[in-house]
Design a protein around this ligand. Structure first.
Ligand code: NAP
Ligand code: G4F
Length: 341
């Protein structure tokens, strides 16, 4: 019988790529959707026609229990979160509830539905659980590159909430023997990335300028460095982690790091534009506390899971610029969430 997966965050970037990957692998895929009239659900219905939808919200314990009871999943991928770091200062409590406490509610739903009440042999739990942990937990980094043993020093309410979810996942593994793992994923991007994140903001900005739809692009800290990879590669790692013989956490990244300035140069080059004529550095877009440098050491994932990224930074930026040029030329409005390449 086909394995059955339940994905929270199905309307987001990673949810869409993971759903496609699991469908390709022969899974029955279910996506958790929330809200009375969430406009992003229609996009999922259009792009992911073979995904079945079930209602639920990470803020609502009962809804998660009902969803797990209905779907009876073999694997649960918890991708749902408030994931935009600046928003986590503006709505810190909501971020803690969704991005942090949401992990507790999902783990509890699995524990209750599986009838787990006491400690078991590690890995013996029936439902396998993946938590979307983040390199934001490393924050003010203690060493470079960062690996599974690098200590955390989160720099935003988002990073703190992710650290809670990470340790809780570890704790449910140790307390109840659940097959519960975290992927500590570094930044990953794609043409489906939200327009608020810097890569997409830059590729959309370059495309708009190229097409005469804008005259400048305002950005914050150009010196921050990130390890940027392709989302399509990273969702493969999520599935591999749940197929491993024992539950363990893994760092997923490319091992290369670039600055926002280098990102801008690459994107404007792909659009054949001189970035210095259009990019305006805006102090108002700087964060209260910045993560200056992230760079992954993905050796464990390479050795134990056989996982490798396949798309380079340069290929990724070119892919995104090309997709945005096409989208805007067709008259689509990426801010409206209606279009998804
Ligand atoms: P994304 O595009 O922002 O998607 C976030 C998803 O969370 C959306 O589907 C959203 O659904 C859902 N969500 C928000 N509030 C919810 C709630 N109360 N209940 C249930 N679902 C809720 O994020 P992404 O880039 O795909 O990332 C997926 C996960 O990986 C996130 O947890 C993120 O923090 C983590 N992560 C991402 C990266 C990265 O570089 N992309 C790196 C490390 C970790 P609605 O349509 O209902 O709002
Ligand atoms: O693209 P960003 O907003 O991503 P950030 O904060 O690194 O977070 C993303 O990656 C995390 C993994 O490390 C995920 F957990 C998280 O959910 C999210 O997907 O910003 C990247 C960098 C920052 O240093 C920021 O200060 O770009 C800098 N930046 C400079 N100007 C800007 C801008 N970021 C945004 N969003 N907008 C700007 O105008």
């Amino acid at each position: 019988m086909a394995r059955r997966a339940l994905i929270t965050g199905i309307t987001g970037q990673d949810g869409s790529y993971l759903a496609e990957h699991l469908l390709d692998q022969g899974y029955d895929v279910w996506g958790l959707v929330r809200g009375q009239a969430n406009p992003r659900v229609s996009r999922v219905r259009r792009l992911l026609q073979d995904v079945q939808l079930v209602r639920g919200d990470l803020l609502d314990q009962g809804s998660l229990i009902s969803a797990v009871e209905r779907v009876q999943p073999d694997e649960v991928y918890n991708l749902g979160a408030i994931s935009f770091v600046p928003m986590s200062w503006e709505q810190a409590e909501l971020t803690a509830e969704v991005t942090g406490m949401g992990v507790l509610r999902m783990l509890e739903a699995i524990r209750v539905c599986s009838g787990i009440t006491a400690s078991r042999t590690p890995g013996s739990g029936q439902i396998r659980f993946y938590q979307a942990s983040s390199s934001e937990m490393f924050g003010q980094v203690r060493e470079t590159p960062q690996n599974e043993r690098t200590p955390f020093h989160p720099r935003s309410p988002y990073g703190v909430a992710k650290a809670y979810g990470h340790f809780l996942t570890q704790n449910y593994r140790e307390s109840y023997g659940m097959f519960a793992v975290s992927g500590i994923l570094f930044n990953h991007e794609s043409p489906r990335r939200g327009a608020e994140f810097v890569t997409r903001k830059v590729t959309l900005g370059a495309a708009r300028i190229k097409l005469g739809l804008a005259t400048e692009l305002r950005l914050g800290n150009l010196s921050a460095r990130r390890d940027w990879g392709y989302a399509g590669d990273y969702v493969r790692a999520m599935r591999l982690m749940l197929q491993a013989p024992v539950p363990e956490d893994y760092v997923i990244g490319t091992g290369r790091t670039q600055s926002v300035r280098e990102l801008v140069i690459a994107a404007f080059e792909a659009a054949q534009l001189d970035w210095e004529r259009y990019v305006v550095a805006d102090q108002a877009l700087h964060r209260p506390a910045e993560v200056d440098l992230l760079c992954a050491d993905p050796k464990k994932a390479r050795v134990q899971l056989g996982w490798e990224p396949t798309v380079s930074f340069e290929e990724l930026v070119a892919m995104m610029v090309e997709a945005d040029l096409r989208l805007l030329s067709e008259g689509a409005d990426p801010e409206q969430d209606s279009s998804w390449p």
